[in-house]
Design a protein around this ligand. Structure first.
Ligand code: FES
Length: 270
């Protein structure tokens, strides 16, 4: 049987690392791609970025925020995921750019680990900013040892500098010329970083965590507006030029089921 949970580790409050046995995903995954989990028949689809692979297994980092992610975080080593579809989506556009700045916020840090690794392989100079609400939310710090520079910022100043990622990013851009930027994290963070990148006319990749159903471009559930075009996050993304994302409509769609999600979660936790 596939999709056995080989390892589970708590990284922060409500944040868990899972290693899942699945050679098809581990052998084919590229940086930036994702999988969709389903825990049981008719269960909600949970899109998750693949944050590392080894021979026969791959890693995802899950933050318990809704009913389905709570259910997932309650699974343990030895349990199975009913369905895993993937790898899905377009890989990150990793190549030689020169100076790269990569920003990960909260659980988004998991998504930047393979991108940073690949950018270094392509001989880029890579500076990394990890951001979180407080020091407990800075995860996987040890995985960025090969970056040229690693900076940490927290909202409350409990680790690194007290700043939001986009504020620190602005400071860094003023000190050094960057050829490319990645920012992955909460949509507010990605939006703020995209505004800074736009101001300085630097291309910025963001990874959109849209609500997904089929993951194959058929249902339209994950549609986003990029420039003047309608795109599907699952097949055209999940990474897009943050300067072109219509953030207002993206956040609106992201929040459209918030009420229902809250009710489902409180019922589940009762
Ligand atoms: Fe259905 Fe993308 S998830 S079109």
């Amino acid at each position: 049987m596939k999709n056995k949970i080989l390892e589970k580790r708590k990284l922060a409050y409500g944040v868990h690392e899972f290693w899942i046995e699945n050679p098809i995903v581990s052998k084919n995954a590229k940086a930036g791609q994702f999988v969709i989990f389903r825990l049981y028949e008719n269960g909600e689809r949970i899109p998750l970025t693949i944050s590392a692979v080894n021979k026969d297994s791959f890693r995802v980092i899950v933050k318990a925020i809704g009913k389905s992610t709570y259910e997932l975080c309650r699974l343990n080593k030895g349990d199975f995921i009913l369905d895993v579809v993937g790898p899905l989506g377009m890989p990150s556009e990793v190549k030689y750019y020169g100076n790269a700045l990569v920003i990960g916020g909260g659980v988004g840090i998991a998504a930047i680990t393979p991108i940073v690794k690949e950018l270094i392989k392509e001989k880029n100079n890579v500076d990394v900013i990890l951001g979180g609400r407080s020091k407990e939310y800075i995860i996987l710090e040890n995985e960025f040892k090969n970056a040229n520079n690693l900076y940490i910022v927290t909202d409350d100043g409990s680790l690194g500098e007290k700043a939001y990622p986009h504020q620190f990013m602005e400071k860094m851009i003023q000190e050094k010329n960057y050829d490319i930027i990645w920012a992955i994290g909460p949509s507010k963070m990605m939006k703020a970083c995209s505004e800074v990148a736009k101001k300085h006319d630097i291309k910025i990749w963001v990874s959109l965590n849209s609500i997904m159903v089929d993951g194959t471009g058929m249902c339209g559930g994950c549609r986003v507006r990029i420039g003047n075009k309608l795109k599907y996050t699952c097949v055209d993304g999940p990474e897009f030029d943050g300067r072109l994302v219509d953030w207002e409509s993206f956040e609106k769609r992201l929040n459209q089921y918030r009420k229902e999600e809250k009710i489902a979660l409180s019922k589940y936790l009762q």
